[in-house]
Design a protein around this ligand. Sequence first.
Ligand code: F6P
Length: 337
Amino acid sequence: MRIGILTSGGDCPGINATIRGVCKTAIHHYGMEVMGIYSGFQGLLNKEVQLLDDNSLSGLLNTGGTFLGTSREKPFKKGKGIYEGVDKVAVIRQNIDELGLDCLVCIGGNGTQKTAAKFAAIGVNVVSIPKTIDNDIWGTDISFGFDSAVSIATDAIDRLHSTASSHKRVMVIEVMGHKAGWIALHSGMAGGGDIILLPEIPFNIENVADAIHRRIARGKTYSIVVVAEGIDTPEGQRPAVYIANALQAVTGLETRETVLGYIQRGGSPTPFDRNLSTRLGGHATELIANGQYGHMVAVRGGEISSIPLSEVAGKLKLVTEDNDLVVQGRRMGICFG
Ligand code: F6P
């Protein structure tokens, strides 16, 4: 049995730990061969591959990024440049045969799950592993990378309290999350945000300004506003910049914005993510050993399980108003817009 492994989409803490989890289990426990595929599906198109052994899997557990490299190549989309007019799916199927791959392990976010589902639907043996700091993959309670991103964003919010309190300012921080508010909700609550704006909950700038004024009336001289990158703002305006300008205009208070950006996806995974990656990787290998293809490994209620890719593809897991952190936050007086 020879498996191919690739990482696709944005990088994220815990990818290397996941590759290590898959490959070490495959080699040591199941006696499989593992072939690393470079740069996501692009490497499968170009046959950029290398057989991995135990030595190539050393020193990976705590490192950021992906040592296999990644790309946003979507094989089911029309080819551009050197792939113009090329049937990319046919090329990949032929390469899978020529490389002697019995199964493909795809580590990625929503786009990757969609591609994996399409390959599964045409009969390619695929298992996938959910990877994203955004935590928005349907069918799993959590994806690796999320805990690390929340930890980095929380640390940043903690640090903004210094300037906010010393200068009596309104500090607006924008965190990632794509169309979901998971990072904003979890880091905002853990970092003691006073106002937390999520794409899933519509906001009104007057309400936000009122929340700040109510704080001032209670003797709170500063406010921390945590904003998800996916909130609805006028075309072309960065959420943090838009919110900071609007709040300064409405309240007359000194306001500053910070866009945290790619810092949230970089560097070492948290211990939680390292262990989650290790478990997801191991269980993905178990799916292969059992011939349970076309599935994504998933976390449900703290246990590792799996879900058919056809049920995952094309859906988003978003924050809902009955989320306990939203409910408890509101009861404590935190403004959600
Ligand atoms: O999905 C992870 C993520 O970091 C999102 O939070 C963000 O919107 C996006 O990727 C940015 O992607 P890119 O690497 O294409 O700039």
